[in-house]
Design a protein around this ligand. Structure first.
Ligand code: MG
Ligand code: MG
Length: 250
């Protein structure tokens, strides 16, 4: 496995990419309400990214047709924005990437639309918690599996299904670099973490069973049982003194 280490200067660039992603997700979060279309969310993200001098990094990535991924309810990841209107009680996962000065940031959040049921509110809350359990393990000297194991054990203890077919990843000049960062596995497995590595950690957690399937549009991934799914992601730099979240507003 070839894992690229980032210099101080490169991590400074990635802080800026991460900050712009965080601003875009913050802007999207502020406009989510019943009646808005997923295409309108895409436009809010695009405008925020370009206003800050960056490029929407998902546009055209592997041929993806939009600026952000927008996945509603049973959609897990890679949903394509369009004319669908969000409704009260929905949840919407927004995954956003931006590139500036040759470096990428990648982050996702799941947002409730109006008031959601208590079980769905708990799914959102615990998926965010699972992400932070993983981030706590992003420490030089641990193995990638420490992150994976922390996410899996936390989410499964909460009673949820942990998606295995899609995983986190290294990130830098490319949106997806080595290593893979699964959301399941053993703590003592996988590549050794070193200062200068930057990882996108991204649990995808299902209210029901973990099984997922792809759909006819060629992109959208949904839960097999049709129950809701949540997704949180941060781009995290492994610094000598611990993890630094790059996609968080200061
Ligand atoms: Mg992402
Ligand atoms: Mg990612």
């Amino acid at each position: 496995v070839m894992i690229l280490l980032k210099s101080e200067r490169e991590i400074r660039c990635m802080r800026e990419a991460g900050r712009i992603v965080a601003l875009a997700l913050d802007a999207v979060g502020k406009v989510v309400e019943p009646g808005i279309t997923t295409q309108e969310l895409d436009e809010v993200a695009r405008r925020t990214i370009v206003e800050h001098g960056a490029r929407p990094a998902f546009k055209g990535l592997y041929g993806f047709p939009a600026n952000i991924c927008v996945s509603v309810n049973c959609e897990v990841v890679h949903g394509i924005p369009g004319s669908r209107k969000l409704a009260e009680g929905d949840i919407v996962s927004v995954d956003c990437g931006a590139e500036i000065d040759g470096f990428n940031g990648d982050s996702a959040i799941t947002i409730p639309v109006g008031i959601v049921s208590p079980e769905i509110a708990r799914l959102i809350e615990e998926t965010r918690n699972a992400l932070y359990k993983g981030i706590e393990q992003a420490i030089a000297g641990n193995r990638v599996g420490a992150i994976s194991h922390a996410v899996q054990t936390y989410a499964e203890k909460a009673g949820f299904g942990v998606v295995r077919e899609y995983v986190g990843h290294g990130i830098g000049r490319s949106m997806h670099e080595e290593p893979e960062v699964p959301n399941f596995g053993f703590a003592d497995r996988g590549p050794l973490l070193k200062a200068g590595m930057v990882l996108a950690i991204e649990p995808m957690i299902n209210l029901g069973a973990r099984a997922v399937k792809s759909t006819d549009d060629g992109w959208t991934v949904v839960t097999r049982d049709g129950k809701p799914s949540a997704h949180f992601e941060h781009t995290v730099a492994i610094m000598p003194d611990g993890p630094e979240i790059l996609t968080r507003l200061a």
